[in-house]
Design a protein around this ligand. Structure first.
Ligand code: ADP
Ligand code: AMP
Length: 215
């Protein structure tokens, strides 16, 4: 299964990715997670990406495309993958199309999670993530059992810097300008399925499974 999870920041892509990778036994490739891990380890890539993430801007296409291309060549992606947060521009989508063609493979589906702007801000402000394993929580909608401690690994749960209101708003604007055109891009290839992301986490998962039944 080769899938893309498309949608604005805080739509619920990472949350849904967890169920999908378990069901389909495919790796999750989150470009945001790759950048955050590199920033934490202070690698050259992390140093280059940091200011873009801090400002809620997109990292330049050349850098992101090279990372994803390398990642897709790895053995665990041979039977499929779930892209979360990539592609985010038409240039990235065209690059992905080229590498899949070279590899003789193709996408099965693009799942577009639709959530209204006010909900996105509410989710951003309440989102908490585990610093150790990356698990995602929400103070109201998916709280940890013990405050500030990850249920799965016991790591410290924090708020992402780019989830503060101003940066979250900026990221939505960037999404609308640069990423939303991908809806039309994938619709014209008959790959797109739009899911109502305002439902409960479980209802969104069920709707995605349904959309993938014949994929
Ligand atoms: P994305 O990966 O698209 O940026 P996340 O999966 O991290 O989004 O979800 C953003 C926030 O919203 C998290 O705090 C998550 O727990 C919460 N969330 C995700 N899906 C739902 C939902 N269907 N209903 C309520 N809260 C949700
Ligand atoms: P995310 O974890 O998907 O919300 O991404 C966090 C941040 O990482 C974004 O705001 C961008 O700065 C950067 N980023 C992640 N994926 C991409 C991408 N495909 N293209 C450009 N920048 C990205």
């Amino acid at each position: 299964m080769r899938l893309i999870l498309l949608g604005p920041p805080n739509a619920g892509k990472g949350t849904q990715a967890q169920s999908l990778i378990n069901k389909y036994h495919i790796p999750q490739i989150s470009t945001g997670d790759i950048f955050r891990a590199n920033i934490k380890q202070e690698t050259p890539l992390g140093k280059e990406a940091k200011s873009y993430l801090d400002q809620g801007l997109l990292v330049p296409d050349e850098l992101v495309v090279a990372i994803v291309q390398d990642r897709l060549k790895q053995e665990d992606c041979q039977k499929g993958f779930l892209l979360d947060g990539f592609p985010r521009t038409v240039v990235q989508a065209e690059a992905l199309e080229r590498f899949l063609k070279e590899d003789g493979s193709a996408l099965n589906r693009v799942i577009n999670i639709h959530v209204a702007r006010e909900t996105l801000i509410e989710r951003a402000i309440g989102r908490r993530v585990c610093q150790r394993c990356g698990a995602t929580y929400h103070v109201a909608f998916k709280p940890t059992a013990a405050e500030g401690i990850c249920d799965s690994c016991g790591g410290e749960v924090i708020q992402r810097k780019d989830d503060q209101r101003e940066t979250a708003e900026k990221r939505i604007q960037v999404y609308e300008n640069e990423t939303a055109p991908l809806i039309e891009f994938y619709q014209s290839q008959n790959l797109l399925v739009t899911i109502d992301g305002e439902q409960s986490i479980e209802a969104v998962t069920t709707a995605i499974y349904e959309a993938l039944k014949d994929a």
